[in-house]
Design a protein around this ligand. Structure first.
Ligand SMILES: [Zn+2]
Length: 124
C-alpha cells in the first residue's frame, strides 16, 4: 500500500548518514534511502551523488542499449526557429516574433501564435 520507493543509487547504503541507519538495537544497518519522492534523476535518486554513481556503473550499458550517437545531430535552418518578443513597458502590446537562430531571420507573430505551444515554424 505504501508509495515509498528506494533510491536507485547502487552505493546509496554506503553513504553513512544518520537517516540511513535502520533496524533494532544491536542489529542496525545502513540502508538504501526510501522516500515517497526524490528530486534527482526523474525521481529515482536521493542525491546527485547517487545519480552519478548509477551512471558511473550503468551509463555505458544504458547508452549502448538505447543508441549511442556515432555522428553529430544537426539543427538545420528548417528547425532552428524559436519564439521571442520585445517587451514594451508603455503598453500590453509586445512585439512577438519567431527568430531563426541559424539564418537570423525574424518573422512577426501574433500574441495568440506566441502563446500557442503547438504553433511553430519548425518542420516536424
Ligand atoms: Zn541514494
Amino acid at each position: 500500500m505504501s508509495d515509498l520507493k528506494y533510491c536507485q543509487g547502487p552505493e546509496c547504503h554506503t553513504h553513512q548518514t544518520q537517516d540511513r541507519i535502520k533496524g533494532p538495537k544491536g542489529n542496525k544497518t545502513y540502508q538504501t534511502r526510501r522516500r515517497s519522492s526524490f528530486y534527482y534523476g526523474n525521481g529515482n535518486f536521493c542525491s546527485l551523488w547517487c545519480q552519478t554513481q548509477w551512471f558511473n556503473k550503468f551509463g555505458n550499458q544504458a547508452i549502448d542499449h538505447f543508441g549511442r550517437l556515432t555522428e553529430p545531430k544537426k539543427l538545420t535552418e528548417q528547425n532552428a526557429w524559436y519564439k521571442s518578443y520585445d517587451w514594451r513597458s508603455n503598453t500590453d502590446e509586445h512585439n512577438y516574433y519567431s527568430f531563426n537562430s541559424l539564418t537570423k531571420e525574424q518573422r512577426p507573430l501574433t500574441e495568440a501564435q506566441y502563446n500557442d505551444t503547438s504553433y511553430t515554424l519548425n518542420e516536424r
